[in-house]
Design a binder for this molecule. Sequence first.
Ligand code: DLL
Length: 433
Amino acid sequence: MKDLTPDRSSLDPIEIASRDEIAALQLDRLKWSLRHAYDNVPFYRTSFDAAGVHPDDLEDLSDLAKFPFTVKTDLRDNYPFGMFAVPQDQLRRVHASSGTTGQPTVVGYTERDLQNWGAVVARSLRAAGLRPGDMLHNAYGYGLFTGGLGIHLGADALGLVTVPISGGMTPRQVRLITDFRPKGITVTPSYALSILDEFAAQGIDPRDSALEVGIFGAEPWTNAMRGEIETAFDMHAVDIYGLSEVMGPGVSMECVETKDGLHIWEDHFFPEIINPETGQPVAEGERGELVFTSLTKEAFPIIRYRTRDLTRLLPGTARSMRRMEKVTGRSDDMIILRGVNVFPTQIEEILMQMPSLAPHFQLELTRPDRMDQMRILCEATDAAVTEALRSQAGQNLAAAIKQSIGISVAVTVGEVGAVPRSEGKAVRILDKR
Ligand code: DLL
C-alpha cells in the first residue's frame, strides 16, 4: 500500500493548532451556539428554562454539562421543521434520516452550513490521503440520506473528480471502478463486501484496480473487517463517522497515516461522553455514550444530542483534535442475551477469523418459551463446499462465540448468497421476538 500521508502544509491550520487555541475557539462558538438555539428554537428555550439554565450561564466549556440533553424523540416531536432556527428562505437544503422506526428526522442547512459541511468533509477526504485532482468513486446513496450528497459536497470543496454513482447496480460499480480507475472509494463497509463479491463473480482481481484508499462509515465495522478489505483490494481502509442530526458524514475521521481512531473536527462539533444510565459525564478516557453539541450550525443547531453511539475519547495524535475510538455499536443495537450484552461487531470480529465463512451475516432473535435465542445466519466462502462442511463451520463458529463471549447461539451456514446483501447500511439484526 502506498504512503498517502498528506502534506502538513495542506492541512487547515486549526487541525494542528494548540489545545489552548482550539479550546478558546470552542468557547466562543459554544456561547454563540447556545444563544442562537435559545433565541430561535422554541424547543430549546423551553428545555433550558425548564432546567433553570440560560446561555449566559456558560462561562467555561465544562459548564455545558449544566444544559439539558436533546434526544431523538425531541426531534420527532418537532417534525418536520420545528427544530429549525432560520426561516425557510435562508435554507438551502434538507436531508432526512431513514426513519426505520417511526417518523424520519428532518435536518436543514443554510448556505454557510453547506460550506462548513463541505469543509469538514474535504478535510476528512484529505486525511484519507486524497488530493485535488484525484478521482473518487462515491457509492454512498444519493438522496435524503446524507452520505452521497455530503461526501459529494466535500469532494467538490477539495477539488476531486467525483463519480456520483450512488449505491446499487453492483455489476456497474465494478465496471466503472475498472474502467475509470478511481483512486478512492466511499461506501458502507457492508456494500464494499458486495462489490468485492462482484469482482470475484466477474473474474477480476480487485488488486488490479487503481484504488488506493477506501473510506468506510455509516455503520459499525471492525478492525478485522479492515484487514480483510485492505488485503482484498490492496488499499488503505479508513473510518469516517457522522450522523444527520449533527451534520452528516465528516463529523470525525480517521487519518490514513495512523488509523488509530477518528479525529473529531472539534472546531465544529463539541464532544462529550456520558454514562448512558446516569447521564453524568464519565472520567476522561472512559467508555460511554457520545454526545454532540454543534458549534457553528445555523439552520439546525443541536445541543447535547445523545447519539446512542458507544465509544470513548482519546487525545489527538496525527492532529491536535481529540479522537474517538472506533464505534463498537449503538446502545439500540445491543442485544441482551440471557443477561449477556452482545454487539453485532463482536460477532463480526469472530466470524472474520473463520476462513471458510464469508463476512456477510445477520442475527435473528427469537423468544421460544420466553427464552431469548440468537441464530447467526452466515454463509460459506466457497460455492463448492458440501453441506457437511458448512455444518462443521457453523459448529466451529458457535464454539468460538461460546468461548469468547460466553453465549450459546445457533448458527446456520447457508450457500453463497444466502445472506441478503445491502446496498447501503447492512441490516444486522432481525428481531422476531
Ligand atoms: O450514516 C452519516 C454518514 C454517511 C456517516 C456516510 C459516514 C459515512 P445517519 O444515517 O444519520 O448518518 O446515521 C448515523 O450511523 O449515529 C452511527 O450509529 C452510525 N455510524 C455512522 N458512521 C459510523 C461509523 C450517517 N464510522 C448513525 N462507525 C450514527 C460506526 C457509524 N457507526
